[in-house]
Structures are given as structure tokens and as C-alpha cells.
Design a protein around this ligand. Structure first.
Ligand code: HEC
Ligand code: HEC
Ligand code: HEC
Ligand code: HEC
Ligand code: HEC
Ligand code: HEC
Ligand code: HEC
Ligand code: HEC
Ligand code: HEC
Ligand code: HEC
Ligand code: HEC
Length: 404
């Protein structure tokens, strides 16, 4: 349609359809009245912008029964005043409205002509229930909806945010949701909430450090409970700033299956990043040597300590409490004796206070080695000197013989 045609359509619409709309609308402009003009396919405004509304789609939307004026309440006469006011969804949905207004998105989603809501809910004339598969906020479609910004490299760069969408899609939750259609898998809003989404450093955020275990725990309830029984959960509750939370070991968006060798190697190192002394002694043992070589079948930290209900050795319920060691080690070594479990997986030959036997044995072995190497070293040097002297002597004799 060219400008002239558009102008004609608009004029005809106003002149011909307005009285019709008036007639039908019995004074007040109802939904049907608006569609007398806006229901015409190809109906555009003076700048050529399509302002046609699909009557069928609107009728089947959640707001279909409410009519146009429920939202466009300022349009009360024909031809109507322009510009039409911005729609305030929050007059009816006040909780969602105040949620978004208090969220991290309040400024980035504000737009002088349309409500922030449309960034996630899409076309305002086609809104369907949130559990309808056509909704942009339906669980299976949601990552793509948030990803329209959080998977956009330009947005990531401008706001200094990671490209969360691609991390999530390749994670175990993303796989479960998008490949297997597992609706109970975590999607963006399971962890962030839907409307009052806050930055991770806001103490009220569901993903603020200390709130993470209960957020993951909405689905992994059993693990949350074990975690809070264990030393890490207890430390978190008492305010220890470097106590690990779920994401310290599992990450937030790149969560992997815990059964891959790669993850297990990475996580062993992760435990070690906080428990450096223990990691060092572990590396020196059979189990640790095999780990560093890359084999998978060996004892990793959590095979002896548990992954979530980690307890100190002094706690009788602990998997490493002396009375429980035969069972813990026996999980892999079969029925084992008390003497077998006296092998200390963290024995440190450099620690005289805790491991005096090992310390002195190691010292003795070192000394012995030094003595042996020293003795043979000296022996070799002296032998070398002697052979040089012998050679000189024999060369001297040879010269004498030649000159004679
Ligand atoms: C007689 C025809 C007619 C009827 C009936 C009519 N409109 Fe319009 N409407 C128009 C035209 C023409 C325009 C484009 C004006 C322009 O050129 O910008 C328009 C534009 C609009 C716009 C866009 C305004 C903007 O700022 O971009 C909205 C919103 C709108 N109408 C809502 C309604 C609603 C709601 C009703 C019913 C209560 C309604 N209209 C009834 C003809 C009509
Ligand atoms: C649930 C609230 C809601 C209802 C009901 C509603 N609208 Fe709208 N409408 C909006 C919002 C919000 C916008 C702003 C859209 C944007 O920013 O793209 C809008 C925009 C428009 C526009 C301008 C389109 C554009 O692309 O600029 C027209 C025309 C319009 N509405 C007509 C109607 C008509 C006709 C009806 C009834 C059949 C109706 N609306 C019902 C919320 C609603
Ligand atoms: C950042 C994206 C986002 C924005 C912005 C947003 N919503 Fe939502 N909204 C969602 C998601 C996701 C759901 C689905 C929640 C669920 O499945 O429980 C939802 C659900 C809803 C529901 C259904 C009831 C409920 O709370 O579950 C209503 C109503 C709603 N939104 C209205 C609004 C309104 C009004 C606005 C603007 C003030 C808005 N939303 C802005 C993402 C958003
Ligand atoms: C005049 C009041 C009113 C306005 C304004 C309004 N809505 Fe609604 N909305 C409703 C009603 C009523 C329902 C149906 C509720 C139901 O079925 O439980 C609804 C349903 C919804 C739903 C589906 C909720 C669900 O449970 O699945 C969403 C999403 C939604 N509205 C978003 C919006 C958005 C976005 C806007 C602004 C563009 C808006 N609404 C403006 C009254 C309104
Ligand atoms: C229209 C684009 C857009 C959409 C859609 C969007 N976001 Fe955002 N989001 C942003 C921008 C831009 C920021 C940065 C805001 C700032 O720093 O002021 C942001 C910030 C955030 C933050 C806080 C980041 C931080 O470190 O401060 C979280 C969390 C977040 N969004 C989650 C979501 C989720 C979950 C969804 C979907 C339900 C979503 N966003 C949908 C654009 C969007
Ligand atoms: C399993 C829970 C979970 C899911 C699912 C999830 N997030 Fe997050 N998200 C978090 C946590 C926890 C943080 C806090 C930062 C951290 O620990 O890395 C976070 C941080 C963020 C941030 C801020 C990043 C930063 O470094 O500042 C954005 C943006 C974000 N998420 C968006 C999303 C989007 C978009 C989706 C869906 C595609 C999503 N998240 C899915 C848990 C989740
Ligand atoms: C200190 C590191 C650490 C922390 C903190 C942690 N996990 Fe784990 N998680 C692990 C390890 C290691 C495994 C693998 C256990 C195994 O293979 O037996 C695991 C396994 C899992 C599994 C798979 C369980 C299975 O048997 O299939 C889930 C789910 C899980 N963790 C969720 C969580 C949640 C939720 C939290 C927070 C409440 C959390 N984790 C905190 C290290 C941790
Ligand atoms: C909405 C529910 C939900 C939330 C919230 C949730 N998860 Fe999950 N998670 C699941 C489901 C369902 C699976 C199983 C996926 C599969 O097996 O394909 C899963 C799988 C996992 C696995 C892999 C287990 C394995 O067998 O290897 C880990 C690890 C995990 N989640 C950690 C977390 C962490 C950490 C958080 C919080 C940051 C979290 N989850 C939040 C539902 C959730
Ligand atoms: C982010 C740092 C961090 C990570 C990662 C971490 N821990 Fe811890 N761990 C702690 C803190 C803090 C405590 C509590 C110490 C305290 O209460 O004095 C603790 C306590 C423990 C305890 C109890 C010992 C005691 O002194 O109470 C064991 C055993 C333990 N962690 C093993 C592990 C294992 C196994 C992993 C890996 C699966 C791991 N930790 C990962 C920081 C960490
Ligand atoms: C083969 C089993 C085994 C493995 C593997 C193992 N540990 Fe231990 N760990 C023990 C036993 C048994 C003790 C108690 C005896 C001791 O203090 O040496 C212990 C003690 C600890 C303690 C002190 C607990 C306390 O109550 O004071 C920490 C912390 C610890 N280990 C961390 C780790 C970390 C981190 C790893 C992995 C790098 C690891 N362990 C690997 C068996 C193991
Ligand atoms: C997850 C299984 C697993 C657990 C639990 C485990 N080990 Fe092992 N351990 C192995 C494997 C496999 C080997 C063989 C060498 C290797 O690959 O690391 C081994 C080797 C050893 C060795 C040296 C070789 C041998 O068989 O004499 C000793 C000693 C040992 N473990 C002691 C322990 C003690 C003590 C515990 C309990 C505190 C324990 N292990 C717990 C899997 C385990």
C-alpha cells in the first residue's frame, strides 16, 4: 500500500466505519467497535505501520472477553484522539507490576509507549495462559525468551554480563528441558523468579549466595537437607564467608552430570582449592596419584567424605569417624580389617606433630638415601680422579718409551 492508498483507507475507515462503530457500540466503544476499523486486514496508520488486530486471535486470548477498552481505556470516542495512552497492565495485575518495578529490569525494560511486560509476554493482543504451549513464558519457550537478551552478544557486552543462555542450554537442566521436554527441570525462572528478578549481589535475590541452597532445594529437597546437616551448610549458616554453596561445586548455568570423568577431576581440584593441605596429602597417596594420572576408578574426596552431608571425623555419624571406616573403605575394598583402615589417606610425612612415625621414617629414608648417594657419589669421583692419574702415568711412560 502506498501513502495515498493508506490515506484513502484511513479516511474511508473514519468516515464510513465510524458511524457503524457508533451504531454498534451504543455510545461506549466496545471491543467489536474498535474492530470495525482495526479488524480490517492491512489497516495501517498514517506512517504505514500495521495497526490491524487479528480478531480471532484476540478473541481466543486471555483478555478476549474483556474487550479493547479494558486496556485502552482512554479511547472513548470516534474518531479517537491520538496518540493513545500507554497501557498500564498493572492496574489489573498489581503484584506482577510492582514486582517488575522493583526488579533489576526496571530501567532496561522501560519504554515510553509500551509496558515492560511485553518483553516477556510478547504481543499484547495474543496473550494466552502461561501454561499454554504458545506462550513465550511457557517453560519450554522461556529460555529463548530470556535468551533474546541474555543470549545476545551485544547485550552481554554492553552490560558486562555473561552469555547465560548458551551456558544454560548446554547444561544438564537445559538438556533435560529442551531435548527431553522434562517440564520439572530447572528453567530460568525456577531459580530467578518471574517478575521480581534481582541481581545476584542483592541479599533479597533467590540467587544471593546464602539463598542458593534453598532455591536449588525447591527441587533437590533431599540434598538440601543433607547439605545443611553437613559441615558446609552449618558453616554457611554461621556466616563463614568461604563456605561452599551448591554452585561452588556445580556452577549455576553450566551444571553437568556428576558422572563424567571430567567433572570429577575438576571437582576434586575444587575441594582442593579450599582444603589445600588435605589435597596435597591426598595427591601423594595411591588414590590421588591415580586421580592426577586421569584414571576415574579411584577414591575421590567425596567417596570417603560424602558429597553433601560432610561431617568432621570427630562426629560419630561421619563416614570418616574411626568406627565407620571399615564400612567406608569397604565400599570399594570389600570386607576390610581394622589394620587396613589404619592406612591414613592423608598421611603427611612432613607433619611431625600428627604423624611422628611417618615423619621419622621419611626422615630416616631421606637420610639413608642421602648417605647412599653421597657414598657412591664420592666413590665415583675418587675413582674418576684415580683413573685420570693412572692415565697420566701410563701416558708419561708411553712418551718416555717413544723418545728412547
Ligand atoms: C473509525 C475507525 C477506528 C476505530 C473505530 C478505532 N480506531 Fe483506533 N485508529 C484508527 C486509525 C485510522 C488509527 C491510525 C491513526 C494514525 O494515523 O496514527 C488508529 C490508531 C489506533 C491506535 C494506535 C495509536 C498510536 O498512538 O499509535 C490505537 C492504540 C487504537 N487506534 C486503538 C483503538 C481502540 C482501542 C479502539 C476501540 C475502542 C479504536 N482504536 C477504534 C481508527 C479507528
Ligand atoms: C491486554 C491489554 C490490551 C487489550 C485488551 C488490547 N490492547 Fe491494544 N495494545 C495493548 C498494548 C500494551 C499496546 C502497545 C503495543 C506495543 O507497544 O507494541 C497496544 C497497542 C495497540 C495498537 C497499536 C498497535 C501498534 O503496533 O502500535 C492498536 C491499534 C491496538 N492496540 C488496538 C487494540 C484493539 C482494537 C483491541 C481490541 C480488539 C485492543 N487493542 C485490545 C494492550 C491491549
Ligand atoms: C522478565 C520476564 C517477565 C516480565 C518482564 C513480565 N513477566 Fe509476567 N510472567 C513471566 C513468567 C516467566 C511467567 C510464568 C510464571 C510461572 O510459570 O509461574 C509470568 C506469569 C505472569 C502471569 C500469570 C500469573 C503468575 O504470576 O504466574 C501474569 C498475570 C503476568 N505474568 C503478568 C505480567 C505483567 C502484568 C507484567 C508487567 C508488569 C509482566 N508479567 C512482566 C515473565 C515475565
Ligand atoms: C482490565 C484488567 C486487565 C488488564 C489491564 C490486563 N489484564 Fe491480563 N488478565 C486479566 C484477566 C481478568 C485475566 C484472566 C485471569 C484468569 O484467567 O485467571 C488476565 C490474564 C492474563 C495472563 C494469563 C495469566 C495466567 O494465569 O495464565 C497474562 C500473562 C496477562 N493477563 C498479562 C497481561 C499483560 C501483559 C497486560 C498488559 C499488556 C495485561 N495482562 C492487562 C485482566 C487484565
Ligand atoms: C529485553 C531484554 C531482556 C529480557 C527479555 C530479559 N532480560 Fe534480564 N537483563 C537484561 C539487561 C539489559 C540486564 C542488565 C540490567 C542492568 O545491569 O541494569 C538484565 C539483568 C538481569 C539479571 C541481573 C544480572 C546482574 O548481574 O545484575 C538477571 C538475573 C536477569 N536479567 C535474568 C533474566 C531472566 C531470568 C529473564 C527471563 C525471565 C530475563 N532476564 C529477561 C535484559 C533482559
Ligand atoms: C539452576 C538455577 C539457575 C537457572 C536454571 C538459571 N540461573 Fe541464572 N543464575 C543462577 C545463580 C545461582 C546465579 C548467581 C551467579 C552465580 O552463582 O554464578 C545466576 C546469575 C545469573 C545472571 C547474572 C550473571 C552475572 O554473572 O552477573 C543472569 C543474567 C542470569 N543468571 C540469567 C539467567 C537466564 C537468562 C537463565 C535461563 C536461560 C538462567 N539464568 C537460568 C541460577 C540459575
Ligand atoms: C562441596 C561441593 C558440593 C556442594 C557444596 C554441593 N554438591 Fe552436589 N554434588 C557434589 C559431588 C561431589 C557430587 C557427586 C556425588 C557422587 O558422585 O556420589 C554431587 C552430586 C549432586 C547431585 C546428583 C546426585 C545423584 O546422586 O545423582 C545433585 C542433584 C546435587 N549434587 C545437587 C546439589 C545441591 C542442590 C546442592 C546445594 C544444596 C549441592 N549439590 C551442593 C558436590 C557438591
Ligand atoms: C525446577 C526444579 C529444579 C531446580 C530449581 C534445580 N534443579 Fe537440578 N535438576 C532438576 C532435574 C529435574 C534434574 C534431572 C535432569 C536429568 O536427569 O536429565 C536435575 C539435575 C541436576 C544435576 C545433575 C544430577 C546428575 O544426575 O548428575 C545437578 C548437579 C543439579 N541438578 C544441581 C542443581 C543445582 C546446583 C541447582 C541450584 C543452583 C538446581 N539443580 C536447581 C531440577 C531442578
Ligand atoms: C569454597 C571453599 C570450600 C570448598 C570448595 C570445599 N570446602 Fe570443605 N569446608 C570449607 C569450610 C569453610 C568448612 C568449615 C570449616 C570449619 O567449620 O571450620 C569446610 C569443612 C569441611 C570438612 C569438615 C572438616 C572440619 O574441619 O570441620 C570436610 C571433611 C570437608 N570440608 C571436605 C570437603 C570436600 C570433600 C569438598 C569437595 C567435595 C570440600 N570440602 C569443598 C570450605 C570448602
Ligand atoms: C580414601 C578416603 C579419603 C579420601 C579419598 C579423602 N579423604 Fe579426607 N579424610 C579421610 C579420613 C579417613 C580422614 C580422617 C583422618 C585424618 O584426619 O587424616 C580425613 C580427613 C579430612 C579432613 C579433616 C576432617 C576433620 O574432621 O578434621 C578434610 C578437610 C579432608 N579430609 C578433606 C579431603 C579432601 C579435600 C579430599 C580430596 C582432595 C579428601 N579429603 C580425600 C579420608 C579420605
Ligand atoms: C571409591 C572407591 C574407594 C574407596 C572408598 C577407598 N578406596 Fe582405596 N583404593 C581404591 C582403588 C580403585 C585402589 C587401587 C589403586 C588406585 O587405582 O587408586 C585403591 C588403593 C588403595 C590402597 C593401596 C593399594 C592397596 O590395595 O593396598 C590403599 C592402602 C587403600 N586404597 C586404602 C583405602 C582406605 C584406608 C580407604 C578408606 C579410608 C579407602 N582406600 C577407600 C578405591 C577406593
Amino acid at each position: 500500500m502506498n501513502a495515498w492508498q493508506r490515506c484513502t483507507v484511513a479516511t474511508i475507515a473514519v468516515l464510513v466505519l465510524a458511524p457503524a462503530a457508533w451504531a454498534k457500540g451504543s455510545g461506549a466503544a466496545g471491543g467489536l467497535d474498535c474492530l470495525a476499523c482495526h479488524g480490517q486486514p492491512g489497516f495501517t496508520d498514517s506512517s504505514g505501520h500495521d495497526i490491524h488486530i487479528d480478531q480471532k486471535q484476540f478473541a481466543s486470548s486471555v483478555h478476549g472477553a474483556l474487550g479493547c477498552q479494558a486496556c485502552h481505556s482512554d479511547v472513548t470516542e470516534f474518531p479517537h484522539k491520538l496518540p493513545v495512552q500507554k497501557v498500564a497492565c498493572s492496574t489489573c495485575h498489581s503484584d506482577e507490576g510492582s514486582g517488575v518495578a522493583a526488579s533489576v529490569h526496571k530501567t532496561v525494560m522501560s519504554n515510553p509507549s509500551s509496558p515492560a511486560c511485553l518483553n516477556c509476554h510478547g504481543n499484547p493482543h495474543m496473550i494466552v495462559p502461561v501454561h499454554d504451549a504458545r506462550s513465550p513464558v511457557y517453560a519450554l519457550n522461556l529460555p529463548r525468551t530470556c535468551g533474546s537478551c541474555h543470549g545476545n552478544p551485544k547485550v552481554a557486552k554492553k552490560y558486562g554480563l555473561p552469555n547465560v543462555y548458551s551456558l544454560y542450554i548446554d547444561s544438564i537442566h537445559g538438556f533435560a528441558l529442551t531435548r527431553d521436554g522434562l517440564l520439572v527441570a530447572a528453567t530460568c525462572t525456577s531459580c530467578h523468579g518471574s517478575h521480581k528478578i534481582l541481581a545476584p549481589n542483592d541479599p533479597q535475590s533467590r540467587v544471593f549466595r546464602t539463598n542458593i541452597p534453598s532455591t536449588c532445594g525447591t527441587c533437590h529437597a533431599g540434598i538440601e537437607e543433607q547439605y545443611f546437616q553437613g559441615a558446609h551448610g552449618k558453616a554457611l549458616q554461621t556466616g563463614v564467608s568461604d563456605a561452599p554453596v551448591c554452585t561452588s561445586c556445580h556452577t549455576a548455568h553450566s551444571i553437568e552430570s556428576v558422572r563424567t570423568a571430567e567433572w570429577q577431576l575438576k571437582t576434586t581440584a575444587k575441594c582442593g582449592s579450599c582444603h589445600q593441605g588435605r589435597a596435597k596429602t591426598y595427591e601423594d597417596t595411591f588414590h590421588g596419584q591415580v586421580t592426577t594420572l586421569g584414571f576415574v576408578v579411584t577414591a575421590r574426596c567425596w567417596n570417603c567424605h560424602e558429597a553433601h552431608e560432610i561431617l568432621p571425623a570427630s562426629d560419630p555419624r561421619s563416614s570418616i569417624a574411626p568406627a565407620n571406616l571399615t564400612k567406608t573403605c569397604g565400599n570399594c575394598h570389600g570386607p576390610v580389617t581394622k589394620s587396613f583402615v589404619s592406612y591414613d589417606p592423608h598421611a603427611n610425612p612432613r607433619d611431625r606433630r600428627h604423624y611422628p612415625g611417618l615423619y621419622y621414617t621419611a626422615r630416616f629414608m631421606n637420610l639413608l638415601m642421602l648417605a647412599v648417594f653421597g657414598f657412591f657419589g664420592l666413590h665415583t669421583i675418587m675413582w674418576f680422579i684415580r683413573s685420570m692419574i693412572e692415565r697420566r702415568k701410563s701416558e708419561g711412560k708411553g712418551e718416555k718409551a717413544a723418545s728412547e
